[in-house]
Design a protein around this ligand. Structure first.
Ligand SMILES: Cc1ncc(COP(=O)(O)O)c(C=O)c1O
Length: 442
């Protein structure tokens, strides 16, 4: 069965009676006029649809905790929608903890990850009652135990391990291979467990955690990961007389950024995971563990598009034609950072014949600020509105103020209604943290 992450465009996208693109019943040209550009647009129906896919796909396993990896996109409206679908949250910073807390999420359904959590962040997590902390290294074990002791609390933890699996994705988004900055090496786990049992009495270990990478298309890799995790859990239970019963396999399921991308169906991935898990439960003779999964990109990417206004264009003599938009690498760093590819259309001319091949350039002062290297459009005029697909994940969450440009607004669309969920930054926002020492005043 197909799942929503396999769609390149939001599920409600269509061409409307004005011959414009619309999403969630909202005309994209009207949205651009009302809220300005660049503008992130999120389709609520698409978000809820993928959440439903995950829930249906994993129904066959009785103990699953779905944790949305909020690093993909963390705003209070988004966390509210996803919490209302019954998901918990994977968070990696005080900012993400605070966002989910302020949006009313039950903090026992939150899991705190990260390879260098600060004292303040760990203290906040414990104070707000975060459900699990995935401990990444020896330094953090000791630090967390100290903080837990000082707050007179016992903290429920998982151990993040590096399973030694290489997945075929971009080097920067691979995390499970052996030489990685994340997690304990398999050869270090026994020492970590001994420390927890003998020295760190304010920590309670529940299980193991791994995350093998992002934008994964190769489903069998989850089977390999489960085998390693279950085997380790069985071994540790036996060796240390424990009852570890939690297994967190991370996130990583891919999405369709271009027509050539073939991400797996969540239903197929779930089948592989559940079959392998059941097989390993038998093989290694353990009680069925609670399964945590942490999808980020596949939950939110497809629901998002970014609207830009086309401004200047330039035909290089005997070369390429460049069209420039009013955003770029500060609202979407992925093309410059990962050579990520995107598909786009003119929202005001979706049916016109394709006529010109162009490069879509951003407005920032870097020659690498190119959003799309090669794409065909109808005849382009200044003022056309460009709609770039699949920008829901790791776009706003990685946005910067490079060139001192304000971050765009974000609107949520559903049933012909549009609501601002992030206000556009203003020039005053940009200088709001600046100070001028007295001696420098002009
Ligand atoms: C520990 C962990 N879990 C989950 C995720 C989410 O991955 P994705 O957005 O590819 O699903 C990440 C992404 O980096 C991660 O580091």
């Amino acid at each position: 069965m197909n799942s929503t992450n396999q769609s390149l465009k939001p599920l409600t996208l269509k061409i409307n009676k004005n011959s414009n693109l619309e999403i969630g019943g909202c005309d994209l040209i009207e949205l651009a006029e009302k809220y300005g550009t660049p503008l992130y647009v999120l389709d609520e129906h698409t978000i809820r649809s993928i959440c439903k896919d995950y829930k249906d796909a994993f129904k066959a396993y009785p103990k699953v905790n779905m944790m949305y990896a909020s690093k993909a996109l963390c705003t209070m409206a988004v966390t509210s929608i996803i919490a209302s679908e019954g998901f918990g949250f994977d968070v990696v910073s005080a900012g993400e903890i605070y966002t989910v807390y302020k949006s009313g999420v039950n903090m026992s359904k939150v899991l705190f990850n990260g390879n260098n959590k600060s004292v303040d962040e760990l203290s906040l997590a414990i104070k707000l009652g975060v459900g699990r902390i995935s401990v990444d290294n020896f330094f953090e074990l000791s630090l967390l135990n100290e903080i837990a002791k000082s707050q007179n609390k016992t903290v429920d933890i998982l151990l993040r391990i590096t399973p030694g699996i290489e997945c075929h994705t971009h080097e920067y988004i691979q995390t499970g291979h052996l030489d990685s900055k994340f997690g304990f090496d398999l050869t270090q786990i026994d020492e970590a467990v001994e420390l927890i049992l003998n020295n760190y009495t304010n920590l309670k270990l529940h299980g193991l955690h791994a995350h093998i990478g992002s934008q994964i298309f190769e489903t069998s890799i989850y089977g390999d990961e489960i085998e390693i995790l279950v085997k380790e859990i069985a071994r540790l239970n036996k060796k240390f007389d424990l009852q570890l019963d939690e297994l967190n396999i991370g996130g990583g399921i891919g999405v369709k950024y271009t027509e050539d991308d073939c991400p797996p169906s969540v239903y197929d991935v779930a089948e592989i995971i559940i079959n392998k898990l059941n097989e390993c439960i038998e093989k290694y003779k353990i009680e069925a563990p609670v399964l945590f999964i942490e999808p980020g990109r596949s939950i939110i990417s497809t629901s998002g598009v970014t609207l830009y206004t086309i401004g200047s264009s330039k035909q290089v003599p005997k070369g390429k034609k460049y069209i420039a938009v009013d955003g770029g690498m500060s609202d979407n760093i992925r093309p410059s950072m990962y050579q990520a590819e995107y598909v786009a259309e003119l929202a005001n001319k979706p049916q016109e014949e394709l006529k010109e091949k162009v490069v879509v350039a951003g407005r920032f002062c870097e020659s690498g600020d190119i959003l799309i290297k090669n794409i065909e459009f109808p005849e382009i005029e200044e003022g056309d509105i460009l709609c770039v697909y699949n920008t829901g994940a790791y776009n706003y969450s990685m946005a910067s103020n490079y060139n001192r440009v304000e971050k765009p607004a974000m609107v949520l669309v559903n049933n012909s209604q549009s609501d601002i969920i992030i206000n556009r930054e203003t020039l005053d926002d940009l200088i709001s943290h600046d100070e001028i020492p007295d001696r420098l005043h002009l």
